[in-house]
Design a protein around this ligand. Structure first.
Ligand code: ADP
Ligand code: MG
Length: 693
């Protein structure tokens, strides 16, 4: 049970003073739903108001804090004119300027003859000193309560700095003193402040240095976060280990039939991966294996081989994909391949409804269906398997650990195989999965041609269209990707739709459109026509990002490439270069490019080595580039930065393991405090897996 001491922090952000439901939605955009999320919303900068000049010395363009006497209110005769308030000190005169003033609040705030402290950006306007809409106005006596150095936070349209600051302050005032969960010796050696002190310090930076990830306060919080993460993963793993696994072996007749029917032979690393997986399944312990392979490295057949052995042994296997689109595509591929061994594959997603769904559920319960492919619908409560023995999870990083567990609990000692297309740097791998066995597909299937990648400024779109025309004439299939960025989904969608219409005007009905807001069947129809015939040029938002497989596609245009994360661009590009024909990728960017965007694009131009790209991605994101983290679906770390806190991660992992060896039930006082830590970081599920005495 969530400890009561955390209730004030786990309350929704809208319960804080000054944050109504209207702001709730906006905070959600920043990933802030609960009060505690505000604590994790670190300042990105500071505003320094310590500069306190006299009026005559206040330079244009500077943030300054001035002490002035209010002299006169100059009310506008018409409301479109500014409301000006004349003030002075012993060196000169200045004006405070306000627009759209309603009521008499200014007369109350700034009565004539009083001494006031005002802070804001100084402007020199026709030789007159003025501040438009000062950030702060205080009576001189109350001036001490003004913060001379203010934290600056990431904002979103409609959510101003003051509101975020106040919300953070309100959340901070709710932050209780919590029992210490760190090892006392470690805490002392590192000179870490307490959690309460650390969180307060992080939100009260006094200089740019205080924003560094290496301050003691920040390191402490980063360590807390990593420890919660490692502890949760270890608990999960211990739990999995305690559930007995089962031995799955089969002569492999079905598997061999399907492999022999393939139009290609397996790569060495595919064969090796299959061996490793079969060996795991044959052991009495449960399998927890990661199958890592770059896009197009051929993970699907590897998974199918394992699933066929499961079927042959008389049990069932399920493959879960992150999206409807991918589930359908896997279903098509797998059912075609499995048919060669006379094995039927079923599909179960949110879209199977009514009688069709009931029929599938019945056949899963009776064991009539051996292999099922689907989305998270696969572990809906009413789905019952006769004997689920293997769960394959594709593009796993989009699913939470909890969902993984839910699927595993649908059977007895279910073996788990996780497939991921993003090669994951070691540090990320540890935070995402803990210590997991892993198989890597290191070769591209034989005969693949490298992809020629070019970067072009957006102004040259006419040249790109000309190139597309030539490619279409020579029979190519082409993706045209438009970005979809949360912030302004509708505007982006409009961009994709407009691009589609424009291209359709030029190239006619062979142009198609898919985007996330489209209804499933409509989108499938377009994808099918692109994979088959009817559509040769597909305008798409990032719904095609993961896993979509149309080998005939050899050209990809990506608009606003600068807006995508590196890993995501790599994923997208992996949709082409899947056949023996040469492929080309054109990255269109809009200037000016930030330094990181520039390096992202040039890395992509220079290499298609997924592991190198993954390392670079981490490095660049560590430099403060967040775009890409969310989209890649990696566990979101808010306080730890793996690019600089790698050592803390290693310590956190060792610590978590030590704790669980010594105190597996988390029953000691420190153990109890660690439970609070898990709840603090929203790892409620993990607490369920604590062994009870
Ligand atoms: P991913 O690892 O991205 O999921 P897929 O499993 O979708 O890759 O495979 C990509 C494409 O490569 C598919 O069309 C598949 O049939 C093909 N493929 C898989 N293995 C080989 C191989 N050994 N040789 C040639 N083509 C292969
Ligand atoms: Mg795939």
């Amino acid at each position: 049970m969530r400890p009561e001491i955390l209730f004030p922090l786990s309350a929704p952000v809208t319960s804080l003073k000054g944050v109504g439901p209207r702001f709730g939605k906006l905070f959600e955009k920043l990933g802030i739903e609960k009060a505690v999320d505000l604590l994790w919303h670190r300042p990105t900068g500071i505003i320094d108001r310590r500069f306190q000049p006299k009026i005559a010395e206040a330079p244009d363009g500077m943030i300054a804090t001035l002490t002035v006497t209010v002299e006169a209110h100059q009310k506008p005769s018409n409301p479109r004119q500014p409301y000006r308030i004349r003030c002075h000190d012993e060196t000169g005169v200045m004006f405070l300027v306000f627009f759209r003033v309603q009521g008499d609040y200014l007369e109350k705030l700034l009565p004539v003859g009083t001494l006031r402290i005002v802070s804001g950006k100084v402007e020199h306007y026709n030789d007159v000193v003025q501040i438009t809409h000062p950030d702060h106005i205080f009576a001189a006596e109350a001036g001490e309560t003004m913060r001379l150095i203010e934290p600056v936070y990431g904002l979103t349209a409609g959510l101003g700095l003051r509101i975020v600051q106040r919300a953070v302050e309100a959340a901070l005032s709710r932050a209780p003193v919590l029992p210490e969960w760190l090892d006392p010796a470690y805490c002392a050696r590192e000179k870490f402040p307490t959690w309460r002190e650390a969180i307060a310090t992080v939100h009260a930076p006094e200089s740019a240095d205080d924003l560094s990830p290496m301050t003691l306060a920040r390191q402490r919080l980063a360590f807390d976060e990593l420890l919660a993460n490692q502890l949760a993963l270890s608990l999960m793993r211990e739990h999995v280990k305690r559930i007995a696994g089962r031995v799955i072996t089969a002569p492999g007749a079905l598997r061999r039939k399907v492999i022999q029917s393939l139009p290609f032979s397996l790569t060495l690393s595919q064969s090796a991966a299959i061996e490793e997986i079969l060996a795991d399944m044959a052991k009495p312990a449960r399998m927890m294996r990661l199958l890592q392979g770059d896009v197009g490295s051929g993970k699907t057949v590897v998974a199918l081989a394992a699933m066929l052995d499961v079927v042959e042994s008389g049990a069932q296997a399920a493959l879960m994909a992150p999206t409807e689109l991918l589930a359908r595509q896997h279903y098509k591929t797998l059912s075609n391949l499995a048919a060669n061994a006379g094995v039927e594959v079923a599909l179960l997603t949110g879209r199977e409804k009514g009688r069709a769904r009931t029929a599938i559920l019945e056949r899963l319960a009776s064991g009539d269906i051996g292999i099922v492919v689907g989305t998270h619908a696969l572990f809906s409560e009413d789905v019952i398997y006769q004997d689920l023995a293997l769960a394959v999870i594709d593009e796993q990083h989009r699913f939470g650990v909890e969902q993984r567990m839910a699927l595993a609990e649908k059977g007895r000692g279910v073996d788990i195989l996780v497939m991921t297309a993003t090669p994951i740097p070691r540090t990320l791998m540890l935070t995402a999965y803990g210590d997991l066995d892993s198989s890597r597909l290191t070769e591209k299937p034989a005969g693949r041609q490298p992809i020629a990648t070019r970067t072009l400024p957006a102004e040259r779109v006419a040249d790109v269209i000309a190139a597309v025309k030539r490619a279409l004439e020579s029979g190519a299939k082409i993706y045209w990707i438009c970005p979809l960025v949360d912030e302004s989904e509708l505007i982006d969608l409009k961009a994709a739709t407009e691009r589609f219409e424009e291209l359709q005007k030029i190239f006619g009905p062979r142009v198609g459109l898919v985007h996330g807001k489209m209804k499933g069947p409509e989108r499938d129809a377009a994808m099918e026509q692109f994979a088959g015939s009817g559509i040769d040029l597909l305008v798409a938002t990032t719904v095609v990002e993961v896993g979509v497989d149309v080998p005939e596609a050899t050209v990809m245009v990506i608009e606003h490439a600068e807006r995508f994360g590196l890993a995501q661009l790599h994923q997208l590009r992996g949709r082409i270069g899947r056949s023996d024909k040469p492929s080309a990728c054109l990255l269109l960017y809009t200037s000016p490019l930030s330094a990181t965007a520039k390096s992202r694009l040039s890395i992509l131009r220079d290499t298609d080595d997924g592991f190198r790209i993954a390392e670079e991605d981490l490095r660049l994101r560590g430099a403060g580039e967040v775009l890409g983290t969310r989209q890649s679906g990696m566990p979101e770390l808010r306080l730890a930065d793996l690019a600089v806190h790698g050592e803390l991660l290693a310590t956190a992992r060792d610590d978590a393991q030590l704790v669980l060896t010594r105190d597996p039930e988390l029953a000691t006082p420190r153990g109890q405090a660690l439970r609070t830590l898990l709840y603090l970081f929203g790892r409620d599920e993990a607490v369920r897996y604590i062994r009870s005495g």
